[in-house]
Design a protein around this ligand. Structure first.
Ligand code: NAD
Length: 487
């Protein structure tokens, strides 16, 4: 970590020296985003100025555009290798810096993203062949993509975005969350160094080392940035959609779970613990509140006990609500939110906060609440999950829909009744809909499909892939090159 701070210090010194000295590279104003000078080699992606970062990423884009797809794969292979080989060191750094989540999952997330993020193999072309010749549709890069990343997965989101975006032929300028900036600097520097050493291209991933809301705004407004991809909560999702640029928005969620009377309750309990406790409930797809039909409500709570979660009684739930949920905002915008001291903390820490001891191995707390408890509507991002007793499956689905807030992000059902599954799937209209598994099964981790940590919800691209970050281009040959039929 000290090494990372030293790098930031060196970069800041270097930039200040350049600004003072006669050899200052031409500062790129918003109206001239393309650098005339190849002056950014050796920066390994670390910048304090948005204009310079965009100029360097533009230069890198021009160089990448001259290379074959095989070179994109080589660049990505370095990102994958570093994410996998350095997962313990970088995961530990992320944990120490952000102080939220669980170390084992910080490490696992980097390894998994390195191994499984879709790369160039996801690129494809489409062909229309007919009496009038051929039309080929190819998927071209946008250019420089401006990325905003969350504190919940700082380097993992950058890793996944970088693999997908470079596979599509793009380069990146990233504004990380300020509370995850040091690990972001360290990871990005390592990625760029390795790519530069092998391919001679630097700055495929540029990072603002001292990110602020102003630097995010400068990225949104920069003419050299051709597309925005934000991963975060409601404020940044809104800001991106009002930026005037095309935006891929991976917004917030509050995933509800429905359990009906036909469910395998032990399987449901194991799944809720696996998904809801992962990284202390920081995943945007994680189980956040559970609606159980009255007929099996008590049996479901007993199944949670059996699976190893720790039950809070009504008094304990009230006490936890008082300490772990707080009011933020002013006037009309005042609302409940998770308290910083508890966000992403271990179940044992939450329990200690209300004077309760739970064994170290307990991953998740749970308890009965009614729907007026703030843990139901709030995206709590901490390992306590409220269970709400419902009249029947229709009541449970209606409540699930209400408390998902129309984010259309993720919802989950445990049931063996296909009608109930269908009914809920139709009603929720969420990007991810999981049946009989933990949330991460929807990302190919225990289920089918593929992985991304940027799941575009309000803008509709879904689980992002390299193709998300490409533009369609059509090339038409009139009356020739179709080899079927008579000459
Ligand atoms: P956050 O919204 O506080 O911050 C996310 C990023 O946006 C940070 O880099 C932050 O500095 C920036 N930001 C915040 N307000 C901004 C504004 N007005 N203008 C420009 N930038 C702004 O979120 P967080 O706590 O870092 O992450 C958790 C949130 O992200 C949760 O709501 C979670 O559901 C969501 N998330 C969604 C996905 C997805 O794929 N859909 C993935 C991960 C996290």
């Amino acid at each position: 970590m000290q090494a990372t701070e030293a790098i930031i210090r060196d970069v800041v010194q270097e930039v200040l020296a350049q600004m003072r000295g006669p050899s200052t590279p031409m500062r790129q104003g918003a109206s001239s985003p393309v650098s005339p000078a190849r002056g950014y080699r050796g920066r390994f992606g670390i910048f304090t100025c948005v204009d310079e970062a965009v100029a360097a990423a533009t230069e890198a884009f021009e160089q990448l555009s001259e290379r074959p797809i095989a070179d994109r794969k080589r660049a990505i292979d370095h990102i994958r290798r570093i994410s996998i080989e350095n997962c313990v060191e970088l995961g530990t750094m992320e944990m120490e810096e952000t102080k939220i989540g669980r170390l084992v999952h910080k490490i696992e997330k980097l390894k998994t993203l390195g191994e499984r993020t879709p790369g160039v193999e996801f690129l494809r072309s489409e062909v229309f062949s007919g009496d009038h010749g051929l039309a080929v549709i190819e998927h071209a890069p946008f250019g420089v993509i401006g990325c905003i990343t969350p504190v919940t997965h700082s380097l993992p989101t950058i890793t996944g975005n970088a693999v997908s975006m470079i596979a599509g032929g793009n380069t990146l300028v990233v504004n990380p969350h300020p509370s995850g900036k040091r690990v972001a600097v360290e990871g990005v520097r390592r990625f760029n160094e390795a790519i530069h050493r092998d391919l001679g291209i630097d700055n495929l991933i540029c990072l603002i080392a001292e990110p602020t809301l102003e630097s995010a705004g400068a990225i949104f407004g920069h003419r050299g940035v051709k597309l925005i991809c934000v991963t975060g909560g409601p404020a940044v999702a809104r800001a991106a959609m009002h930026s005037g640029k095309r935006a891929v928005v991976a917004g917030p969620g509050n995933p509800p779970v429905v359990v009906d009377e036909t469910a395998d309750l032990d399987r449901a309990a194991r799944s809720i613990i696996q998904g809801g406790a992962y990284d202390n409930n920081l995943l945007c797809i994680a189980e956040k509140e559970v609606f159980v039909v009255g007929k099996v409500f008590d049996a479901m709570l007993t199944a949670m006990d059996r699976a190893g979660a720790a039950r809070l009684n009504a008094r304990e739930v009230d006490a936890l609500t008082r300490v772990a949920i707080t009011k933020v905002g002013e006037g009309d915008h005042k609302h409940d939110a998770p308290a910083k001291e508890y966000l992403g903390q271990d179940a044992a820490v939450l329990a200690r906060g209300i004077g309760k001891q739970v064994p170290r191995e307990v991953e998740l707390l749970f308890g009965e609440t009614d729907e007026s408890n703030p843990f139901v509507p709030v995206e709590q991002m901490m390992p306590f999950v409220p269970f709400v007793r419902c009249r029947d499956v229709d009541d449970a689905i209606a409540k699930a829909k209400h408390y998902e807030h129309g984010f259309r992000h993720t919802s989950i059902i445990h049931s063996t009744n296909v009608r109930n599954m269908t009914k809920m799937g139709r009603a929720m209209d969420t990007t991810l809909f999981v049946k009989n598994g933990p949330c991460m099964a929807a990302l190919g981790l225990g289920g089918e499909g593929y992985l991304s940590f940027s799941i575009a919800t309000p803008t509709g691209e879904g689980v992002t892939t390299p193709l998300t970050f490409t533009r369609e281009r059509r090339c038409s040959m009139i009356d020739e090159l179709r080899i079927l039929g008579k000459a």
